[in-house]
Design a binder for this molecule. Sequence first.
Ligand SMILES: NC(=O)c1ccc[n+]([C@@H]2O[C@H](COP(=O)([O-])OP(=O)(O)OC[C@H]3O[C@@H](n4cnc5c(N)ncnc54)[C@H](OP(=O)(O)O)[C@@H]3O)[C@@H](O)[C@H]2O)c1
Length: 260
Amino acid sequence: MGLPVTPPNLSSDLTGQVALVTGASSGLGHRFAEVLAACGARVAVAARRTDRLHDLAARIREAGGEAEPFALDVSAVDDIAPVVDAIEDRLGRVSILVNNAGVVDAQHATRLTREKTDQVFDTNLRGPFALSCEVARRLIAAGAPGRIVNIASMTAFDYWGGGAALYALTKGAVVRMTEVLAVEWSRFDINVNAIAPGVVASEMTDGMLARMGPDALPPFPRGRMGAPEDLDSTLVYLVSPASSFVTGTVIKADDGQNHR
Ligand SMILES: NC(=O)c1ccc[n+]([C@@H]2O[C@H](COP(=O)([O-])OP(=O)(O)OC[C@H]3O[C@@H](n4cnc5c(N)ncnc54)[C@H](OP(=O)(O)O)[C@@H]3O)[C@@H](O)[C@H]2O)c1
């Protein structure tokens, strides 16, 4: 007879949580919003293309979930606090933040314009930093716990060339941002983690393959790209009680693509 064992807390019930997903108008963010809503969270879906956000929120509501669309350009940092105010008014205080919005540079470093450089830095790094601080400030003031999940990239660790140097640089900084904010906020019960996806089918990857051709990607060990739903369980783990002792880490979810 085995010893009595307290079963692990594997609950994925997010009832009562308010989740903000940036870049929810397509790709990974669209899927993350649906998954968090399916787990019971009230979800604020944010991006610039609001028509798509309205469609997504309607779809989530039809499936029995709760979601509201919010226009947000994360690179416009002065707009962040008013949007978080609006989310708080309509859904409640944000307790889960998924910093997913991101753009690629799609250009070799020496050919980048000043405008493109600013856009990549501001969208991938400055905006997520400002938004994380805005959400954390409110959680700390309320004495409430929270979870932040940053969407990094395997390019933070492995860059095979091809015109994404600045993108890789910002994603490397997202990994370090995850580590340092986790240290600052662990005493407030705010966990900060990241997911580093490998190549996953989305508008971003479609655009990259259209620009660079099908040979742009190296041969992958399993000969496949990921699908957004391949990240579901990693996201849910990082926002669930099961990962309460996990903060400041990055989970590489890349199907072995980057470990040749
Ligand atoms: N797909 C992959 O292979 C892969 C791999 C590693 C990491 N990632 C990361 O995963 C995240 C999602 O990428 P994806 O593949 O799903 O790409 P995607 O389909 O192009 O989606 C990008 C999302 O970001 C939003 N966005 C871009 N600029 C924004 C801004 N200034 N303010 C607010 N939202 C903005 C876009 O919405 P609007 O245009 O409507 O604003 C869109 O919803 C990104 O951070 C990306 O770097 C993707």
